[in-house]
Design a protein around this ligand. Structure first.
Ligand code: PMP
Length: 339
């Protein structure tokens, strides 16, 4: 009998599942590391726990303390679970483009959530980065883990996600493909995998409206690359310290629409009821594979979170139509088709 002492002990050791339909006809294998099996339903549980434990070890998080973070929801969930297990308070600042579900979930696990405007500069006092920093200064005994620049973030993936993928594939992985937001799940994992086998290629998935791909290719931080987009959780208008461009061999950009359509295909064709960025990873991996995949290649895709948080968006036909994302009536209901 194995009994966990608290929910946070169940973080990690997520399964890898073979993709049987998407990618058919291509010469290699596509495998999905399904991160929604974490207790907070996302890959961010790993780094959230690590940031809290490292802050405790460093003596900067003390009993009764408050954890303050700017989060698109998943990091907040991980931090909230760690806070419940260890007796801390949580306050999260969040951009107003995020799903209402994500806000509700965080409040359900006891966190306070402050919603901030999306379309302001990061250093604007109203941005969710600035509000988090200000609260941290004002509230005594509070910490601001800052997932963007906190090395515990990438380190969590170096210590868990990387070794798991290496072991689960018996070291046969040839390509690692993941979205890049803070950079933790891409760079921590890629660092471990490349140390094991320097020939493993890492492909970062970026979104239109984000600076990463252009920065990798030219070394220029081009503000013209920054414009609003809908996909949640990855792509940035800043260069987080957790993004180590030396560990990312190439970037593929994916549109909101392509990501959304592929998310629905992962659910319908593979039974993987996953979040929007997972469709972006899948779409980007297929684009990259079309030109690069060789016989025997093993692509491992990190699928960050679960579909429930996107029921009102990519899994809602009307929302998809309103955004011009549904081309085919066959995605609709029987009633739509009869009309
Ligand atoms: N997808 C989703 C849904 C996320 O919440 C995140 C985390 N911001 C990412 C992708 C990107 O992961 P990372 O921060 O490790 O780069």
């Amino acid at each position: 009998m194995k009994i966990y002492n608290s929910i946070v002990e169940t973080i990690g050791n997520t399964p890898i599942v073979r993709l049987n339909k998407l990618g058919k006809g291509l010469p290699g294998t596509f495998l999905a590391k399904v991160e929604y099996f974490n207790p907070g339903n996302s890959t961010k549980d790993r780094m959230a726990l690590k940031m809290v434990e490292d802050a405790e070890k460093a003596g900067i998080l003390k009993p009764g303390g408050t954890i303050i973070e700017g989060t698109s929801g998943n990091t907040g969930m991980g931090l909230a679970l760690a806070a419940v297990a260890k007796g801390y308070k949580c306050i999260f600042t969040m951009a107003d483009k995020q799903s209402q579900e994500k806000i509700n979930i965080l409040r359900a696990v006891g966190a306070e959530v402050i919603v901030c405007p999306t379309n302001v500069e990061p250093d604007d006092p109203r941005s969710y980065y600035s509000v988090a920093r200000k609260l941290n200064k004002e509230i005594p005994n509070s910490i601001y883990p800052n997932q963007y620049d906190n090395p515990s973030n990438a380190q969590a993936h170096y210590e868990s996600t990387g070794p798991e993928i290496w072991d689960q594939t018996d070291g046969t992985i040839t390509h690692y493909i993941a979205t890049v937001g803070t950079g933790g799940s891409m760079c921590g994992t890629a660092k471990y995998l490349k140390e094991k086998n320097k020939n493993i290629i890492s492909v970062g998935i970026d979104t239109y409206g984000s600076v990463f791909k252009k920065y990798k290719e030219t070394g220029i931080f081009d503000e013209n690359e920054i414009y609003p987009y809908l996909t949640e959780g990855f792509g940035e208008d800043i260069l987080p310290k957790n993004v180590n461009f030396d560990l990312i061999d190439t970037f593929v950009k994916v549109t909101d629409k392509d990501g959304a359509i592929m998310t629905r295909r992962l659910a319908k064709e593979e039974g993987l009821f996953v979040g929007w960025s997972c469709g972006s990873v899948m779409h980007g991996a297929l684009e990259y594979a079309k030109d690069n995949m060789k016989k025997g290649d093993i692509y491992v895709l990190l699928l960050p979170d679960h579909g429930t948080r996107y029921l009102a968006k990519v899994y809602n036909d009307q929302w998809m139509r309103d955004h011009g994302f549904l081309d085919s009536r066959s995605f609709g209901t029987a009633r739509d088709i009869i009309q």
